[in-house]
Design a protein around this ligand. Sequence first.
Ligand SMILES: [Zn+2]
Length: 209
Amino acid sequence: MKEVTKYALAMTVVAALSPLTLSAEPQPTPAPKTCAITLAYEASVLPSVLDAIRLNLTRTFSCGVRLAELPPSFGGLTGVQQEAAIREIMKSGELMAIALVHQANQEGFRAARYPKVNAAVVNLAVLETPGADTSTVNPQYIGRSLRESVRVAARLLGMEECKNPRCGLRKPEQDPVRDAIGTNLCPPCSRKSKALLSEKGFRPEIQSR
Ligand SMILES: [Zn+2]
């Protein structure tokens, strides 16, 4: 055997044994979890509103949003029972759940939070303008529903309220003209949400453009 051939053979063996080989095969790394949000809803939530919320959450957080119907009696359950019902609906490893209800008869009930399951309940009925025409879907109501669901999701992710007047994470009480606030996150909040997601081991499912 020629010296050159022997050398080449030796290098092939070294390359095959070495963990630092520069082969084309990528080294296996723990795969990040796919980011997923459960959007649970009562049958009384209008399908067009539900669809707009789902799309807006998908875009804002680059997460997959899975729809799940709540039990018919959900709005009337106690907090402990609501938490248990959400736990049953969520799939293991999901980031959070947002439950949408439309309880016009519950004075003052705006939202509830269940930190143990990382979930929140939002009552969309309180976002309606009193006396507004309910035969068509009011654009103000849609805007408020989008903003409120983004705000709740961002808070569940661990974000603080934002001072940017156009950011959906702005505290609603701070602005008398709440309908002028945006329905998604401002660029710094958006970057922060992505950083928080990867900190929690989630990979955004949908690549942001
Ligand atoms: Zn912001």
